[in-house]
Design a protein. Structure first.
Length: 209
């Protein structure tokens, strides 16, 4: 059983994916962290972020088990990741690793930008989780403030829009819903409501499996 969950940043797909994986006892992979782990490895080694062959080589060494969300969520790592994520050979290397992960038993939940369209187009359950840019920026702002940090809402809002443009506009594997994905707009929907909607779809797919 493969559950593919796509959507833009801060739409709630990570929280939803972890909840689903925990409920069903499935393996979970936040595929965005694989790009961040590659970027961190390049930064740690003092390598440039514009050398595609070095970035691809590094991507092939990333261990998908035990990716540390707290460390990899640093802003500078995210910025670096967005630069290497547009490189076709890096995407190919990480997609291969993600596909291998998706075959783990008894099932997997993968979340990212191109799971239902590129990584696992055969997944029996595909969700596209989204929310308005304003809502997503507010969530990110509240999260930073909640952790005792300081943040500028307008700057975060602009960053969210910039990332959307980059993710949706790239030539290789742009962010978009798969044709058969179920849309979950969490702008005014709680994670609990989103989870219950997803659970109905997953339970139906499990019965058919």
């Amino acid at each position: 059983m493969i559950i593919a969950i796509d959507g833009p940043a801060a739409a709630g797909k990570g929280t939803l994916s972890r909840r689903i994986a925990e409920t069903y006892g499935f393996h979970h992979l936040d595929t965005g962290l694989t790009y961040r782990a590659t970027a961190k490895a390049l930064l740690d080694a003092g390598q440039p972020l514009d050398n595609e062959s070095v970035a691809e080589e590094t991507a092939r060494t990333v261990e998908l088990a035990g990716l540390d969300r707290d460390i990899l969520s640093a802003h500078e790592i995210g910025e670096a990741a967005s630069k290497i994520a547009v490189m076709p050979s890096v995407r190919r290397a990480l997609v291969e690793a993600q596909r291998a992960f998706s075959t783990r038993e008894p099932g997997t939940v993968l979340d990212g930008r191109d799971i239902g369209t590129v990584v696992c187009p055969q997944a029996p359950v595909k969700l596209y989780v989204t929310a308005s840019p304003e809502v997503r920026a507010r969530r990110r702002f509240d999260e930073i403030i909640g952790k005792g940090g300081s943040a500028d809402f307008d700057a975060i809002f602009e960053d969210v829009k910039r990332r959307d443009e980059r993710d949706m506009g790239r030539a290789d594997s742009p962010l978009k819903p798969a044709a058969d994905a179920h849309l979950l707009d969490t702008s005014e929907m709680s994670i609990e409501a989103a989870f219950q909607a997803a659970k109905i779809l997953i339970d139906a797919a499990l019965k058919e499996a």
